[in-house]
Ligand binder design. Structure first.
Ligand code: BES
Ligand code: ZN
Length: 872
């Protein structure tokens, strides 16, 4: 690693010295390069610093000319370097014209203007606009945009940008042009441009106030039939935001363009979202239930940004959670209203526990509002997004839903058209709801997951409940102040009847006690119901109490969690035995009884039944240990799964038979829940290679009318011996060769296959014609699928898995640093592992550090190799 990347600090914020009220962009798209002429009306910011010079960000482009008020500047009036154009002593108010040349054809970073297939498109968040023209690339410079695009009419018949199309015409020589005006001020990160030969699905939506919005969904020709679900989801999201928040869309048209090469899931550019095809395409034959839900939620998320993000945006990137935390929360509310509420919440909780908690306990832990960064793209994290959403959810719980929604409306009205801070949001919520969030604000400032202890003391009809809190040190934050933690609690008696209604206890000191009197006997405590706060709960009910909660708790999250705890007890004992070289213990009869009870008294929600019968993931089990013996974890989990499958073989056969498809595929709660149970049954049957399972699964892989069942079949076959697996995979590859997103499933299936030579298998696939190293979806499927989905292979004893990932990160870093950094992150939790894995993983991370040049990946590696934090 060389050079010294610049670290930016939240405390250093200064308002911009100059403001740009109007931006006029003129794109002349050639067959190779694109010429950009930008004309800005600029004025000094009355509230800004008294700077002499004005710095405009810009990278990877050629400056053609720069002029002020129409006069081309001489060499002494500006300087232009690798990352900026500096105007020396510009006037107080002026028109700036900057001409640049950019090269979308060779832009593999997928930021700025680039080509995806035959589509030219842009991605500007966070700082991609400075790859298009020189500009103060910061969200607190908000402008009105007019965009003119000129391009070849045949290669690029469709031209799009933000706002309304106000003019189209011929430009001669087979070229045409279009002009767009966006009436709303926006930061440059919301700018978008698309040019290509696109198919379109059109629809419309009428708002409660009677306005008709033209809806358009563009994709490469031939994919229109995969877009109906996304379009329906958009309309659902519009209706939901109108009904729930009273928010109506504010322009006459809303367009989404789906592109195959995209670093993220989707982007909320004003009136012109750009999406990864993976978050748009959903047809029964090619997409699973999980894909259908993903498309629905991402479409809704980007739509919800129109208010929470676009109309009111972030002052600086430290405030990212202002728009993302709030929008994820809105998306979560929406998802709960569309699907199984219990299981949707369980999945949100799983993301926090299995991904956010590890991040918050590792070398990259940071507050929801970070204090510093080198590369902003590294801070689009699960902490900023999902922990941020949980903070909003806690505010909603404290205020009550209606008051909270009124608070959000107050925030939006108060700051409409502004770039603001998280503090502005919290103040608006306080003003509107009357809540006092003084201590609550610490959630935004302090990293780390609080541990909440639960102790009970029952005597003569009275329960004393003691809650404690403590938060471990995180990098740069040795000591933590107490959080304000809402903990929802209810009490049940031995027969499973609720004897105390749920109540939210506010733990805002290191320790506090509550008393519950007049009880007929010692109650079972159901705590953190619905996951009221993102904390680790140290609560150890005995097996009998867990079985009661599992059977009777009215909160699906607690029911599921009780089952998980019961499984975890067996698994933790198994890991300990295995690590100590002993035989794996058999599960207790108590566990079997609880499962038997669940199977004979299943919840009405099929998805909940499936969730409750699903063993904790390898990651979740690892969370129980300071030093994870990953191979022991895998062995213990396999063993428990086989023990359960053996004991309940008949029951799983019956579940499979009773939950097989009886009708053509529809995506709804009922049917998706049924398919989940079906898939779970196949999974248990596969664990013991049940008689007839292989033949059945092979047959299903051929005949299923939908991808959900087909994938269930392939996943069941994946780790089984015999020819069925290879036959099914080969047939699958042949049948879906023309569907890149389906081939991603094929890559992922193979990457996740447990076999001694999985490293070699993945290495071979890197050279397969169906793989493409420049496409992020392919890279995530194969390399992400391996490092995340194949713990035994990734952590292989000879370090082959680590070396594979390290080498590919280095290779990728030269093309797409954003994606390389994300992949490098998979090597950073080395400290969580036992030896010899920890040292080998660390060595691989160091090897990455020696080969990479981007600020993105270097920031990740440096954080990963830094010393561990200590409590002061
Ligand atoms: N604004 C982001 C997209 C983005 C992220 C752009 C990082 C640039 C850098 C968008 O609103 C978003 O959050 N997308 C998510 C999906 C969403 C459902 C959480 C994504 O792309 O993963
Ligand atoms: Zn977002």
């Amino acid at each position: 690693m060389t050079g010294n990347p610049q670290r930016k600090y939240r405390a250093d914020y200064q308002p911009p010295a100059w403001l740009i009220d109007d931006v006029e962009l003129d794109f002349d798209i050639g067959s190779a390069q694109t010429h950009v002429r930008a004309t800005h009306s600029v004025r000094r910011n009355p509230d800004g610093p008294a700077a002499e010079d004005w710095r405009l960000d810009g990278r990877d482009m050629t400056l053609v000319s720069v002029a002020i008020d129409g006069r081309r500047l001489g060499e002494s009036e500006y300087s232009c370097g690798d990352s900026a154009l500096v105007l020396h002593g510009p006037p107080e108010a002026f028109t700036l014209t900057v001409e640049t040349r950019i090269d979308p054809e060779h832009n593999l970073s997928l930021e700025g203007l680039y080509r995806s297939g035959d589509i030219l498109c842009t991605q500007c968040e966070a700082t991609g606009f400075s790859r298009i023209t020189y500009f103060p690339d910061r969200p607190d410079v908000m402008s009105r945009y007019v965009t003119r695009i000129t391009a070849d009419a045949q290669a690029h018949p469709v031209l799009l940008s933000n706002g309304d199309c106000v003019e189209i015409g011929s430009a001669g020589a087979g070229r045409h042009y279009a002009v767009f005006e966006d009436p709303f001020v926006k930061p440059c990160y919301l700018f978008a441009l698309v040019a290509g030969d696109l198919g379109v699905l059109r629809d419309s939506h009428t708002t409660p106030s009677g306005r008709t919005i033209d809806l358009r969904l563009y994709t490469e020709h031939g994919n229109e039939d995969q877009c109906a679900h996304a379009m329906a989801s958009l309309k659902q999201a519009m209706v939901w935001d109108e009904a729930t928040y009273g928010l109506e869309y504010d322009l006459d048209s809303y367009a989404i363009v789906a592109v195959g090469s995209f670093n993220m899931g989707a982007m909320e550019n004003k009136s012109l979202n750009v999406f990864n095809t993976a978050c748009i395409f959903a047809a029964p034959e090619t997409a699973t239930d999980d894909d259908f839900a993903l498309v629905r939620d991402v479409v809704a998320h980007e739509y919800f940004h129109n208010y929470t993000g676009n109309r009111v945006t972030c002052r600086d990137w430290f405030q990212l959670s202002l728009k993302e935390g709030l929008t994820v929360h809105r998306e979560h509310q929406f998802a709960i209203d569309q699907g199984s509420p219990g299981v949707t919440r369980i999945e949100q909780v799983r993301a926090i526990r299995e991904v956010q908690f590890p991040e918050d306990a590792g070398p990259r832990a940071h507050p929801v509002r970070p204090e510093s960064y080198v590369e902003m793209n590294n801070f689009y994290t699960i902490t900023v997004y999902h922990k941020g959403a949980e903070l909003i959810r806690m505010m909603e719980a404290m205020a009550g839903r209606d008051a909270f929604i009124a608070g959000v409306r107050h925030y939006l009205a108060k700051h409409d058209g502004q770039a603001v801070t998280i503090e502005d949001f919290v103040v608006a919520i306080e003003e509107s709801t009357g809540l006092d969030l003084a201590q609550f604000r610490r959630w935004y400032a302090q990293a780390g997951t609080p541990r909440v202890g639960v102790q009970t003391d029952y005597r003569e009809g009275a329960l004393a409940l003691t809650l404690t809190q403590s938060t471990p040190a995180t990098p740069g934050q040795p000591d933590k102040a107490d959080f304000d933690i809402p903990v929802s609690v209810a009490l049940f008696d031995d027969a499973g009847r609720m004897v105390r209604e749920p109540e939210v206890l506010r733990l805002d000191t290191a320790q506090a006690e509550w008393r519950f009197e007049g009880l007929a006997g010692e109650p079972t405590v159901s705590a953190l119901r619905g996951f009221t706060a993102p904390v680790r709960l140290d609560h150890a009910p005995d097996d009998a109490a867990l079985a009661r909660l599992m059977a009777h708790d009215s909160d699906p999250v607690c029911r599921w969690d009780a089952a998980q705890s019961l499984f975890l007890k067996t698994l933790v004992a198994g890991v300990a035995a295995r690590s100590g070289g002993e035989a794996l213990p058999e599960p207790s009869e108590r566990l079997f009884e609880a499962i038997a009870h669940l199977l004979s008294n299943p919840p009405a929600d099929r998805a909940l039944l499936a969730a409750m019968l699903t063993l904790p993931s390898v990651t979740r089990i690892g969370e129980e240990f300071d030093a994870i013996d990953i191979h022991a974890v895998c062995a213990a989990r396999d063993h428990l799964k086989q023990a359960i499958a053996t004991r309940f073989l008949e029951e799983f056969e019956a579940l499979r038979a009773d939950h097989a498809a009886l009708q053509a595929y529809v995506f709804d709660v009922e049917e998706a829940g049924r398919r989940r149970v079906f898939r779970l049954a196949l999974d248990y049957l596969a664990a013991v290679d049940a008689p007839g399972l292989r033949e059945r699964a092979l047959e299903l892989s051929r005949t299923a009318d939908n991808m959900t069942d087909r994938m269930a079949a392939l996943e069941a076959l994946r780790d089984l011996p015999g020819a069925a697996r290879d036959t099914a995979l080969a047939e699958f590859a042949e049948r879906w060769a023309d569907y890149p997103l389906v081939m991603d499933k094929w890559l992922r299936l193979q990457a996740g296959t447990r076999r001694a030579d999985s490293v070699e298998q993945v290495t071979a696939l890197l050279d397969d014609a169906r793989f493409d190293f420049t496409n992020p979806n392919r890279v995530r499927a194969l390399l992400g699928g391996f490092a995340r989905g194949n713990p035994a292979g990734f952590h292989r004893a000879d370090s082959g898995g680590y070396t594979l990932i390290a080498d590919q990160v280095v290779r990728l870093d030269a093309l797409n640093p954003q994606l390389a950094a994300a992949l490098a992150g998979l090597l950073t939790p080395w400290r969580r592992h036992a030896e010899p894995e920890a040292s080998a993983m660390r060595a691989a991370l160091a090897r990455v550090g020696e080969g990479v040049h981007s600020d993105n990946t270097r920031e990740i590696v440096e954080a990963g190799l830094a010393e561990a934090p200590r409590s002061g």
